[in-house]
Design a protein around this ligand. Structure first.
Ligand code: SAM
Length: 286
């Protein structure tokens, strides 16, 4: 690549798009725009307005380092260190899963089940970056929350996000192996547990396999280990009339419904994604 400091933003973008395209990247324009925006600190509209300006050498160097990481398939969210989820932006690192758009269905369903002004107590199991819990607290001004995870570095990330996003005084975080260390009872339990089967774990896309924490993905031989562990303890951890909302894999509606029914759940509801797969399941316990 030519010395970048002699290039304009437009030239740099064109060149970088061609590099990513040649490596099979399916959205090189979007990726290059995100990386250049991150490296320069300029918004997308500023990048367009400044397209003919020369790129300052420090920006060019930072962009070059980001592009090198993207060339090895590292997800953009880890390179720029953040990801938008629901209405907020969460700081990320390699200890936490990148929050997925489909997980926003957990928030939608939880908000349908809870009264906005209720003093609800919410438990987020496998909180990761804290995306689900902090988004719910942002929507529910009187609610309080508890995020648990088996990963200490993930909990540090969630705490950092809670502080940045103004939720720290309404939530706490602690280590727990699923519901094993939970003594209190909650109105709502939310979780996007690891649900990928052992067989599917051997065929993950490169960008997921190499960079995202396998602890956040692997659901055991049939993908249901986490659901079994969580559901078996729900009657001891939910208040009477409390709800659980899970994200599930596209083919897990039946087995997870069965586990819930066998544990005594009622009002089992599934929400489908745009492809018609049930991806969110909620239930009530008395
Ligand atoms: C699929 S990720 C979901 C992260 C976050 N809730 C989100 O939606 O972006 C699953 C999370 O469960 C955590 N986890 C894995 N095994 C666990 C266990 N035995 N007990 C508690 N958390 C666990 C992982 O560390 C990870 O943060």
């Amino acid at each position: 690549m030519r010395r970048m400091s002699s290039q304009t933003y437009a030239e740099l973008r064109r060149q970088a798009v061609a590099v990513l395209k040649s490596l099979g990247n399916e959205q090189p324009h979007i990726d290059v725009r995100s990386l250049l925006s991150h490296a320069s600190g300029l918004s997308r509209s500023h990048l367009i307005a400044n397209a003919k300006d020369k790129v300052p050498p420090l920006v060019a160097e930072k962009f070059k380092a980001c592009l090198a990481r993207r060339k090895t398939h590292e997800p953009i969210a880890y390179i720029v260190g953040e990801k938008d989820f629901w209405t907020l932006t969460f700081k990320l690192n390699r200890h936490v899963l990148i929050p997925r758009p489909e997980t926003e269905g957990v928030i939608e369903q939880a908000l349908k089940l809870l009264d906005k002004q209720a003093n609800a107590r919410i438990l987020d199991v496998g909180t990761g970056s804290g995306a689900i819990l902090i988004s719910l607290l942002h929507e529910l001004p009187r609610a309080k929350g508890h995020g648990i995870d088996i990963s200490k570095p993930a909990l540090e990330t969630a705490k950092h996000n809670a502080k940045r996003l103004g939720a720290a005084d309404r939530c706490r975080f602690s280590v727990s192996d699923y519901l094993g260390s939970i003594q209190d009872r909650y109105d709502l339990i939310v979780a996007t547990p690891p649900y990928i089967t052992d067989a599917a774990m051997t065929a993950l896309p490169k960008t997921v396999d190499k960079y995202e924490p396998h602890l956040a993905l692997s659901g055991g031989i049939d993908g249901l280990s986490a659901y079994r562990a969580i559901i078996s303890r729900l009657p001891n951890v939910l208040k009477s009339g409390g709800h659980v909302v899970f994200e599930i894999g596209y083919d897990q509606k039946k087995p997870v419904s069965n586990l819930l029914e066998n544990a005594g759940a009622t009002n089992i509801v599934c929400l489908q994604d745009l492809a018609g797969h049930a991806r969110i399941i909620s239930a009530k316990f008395f």
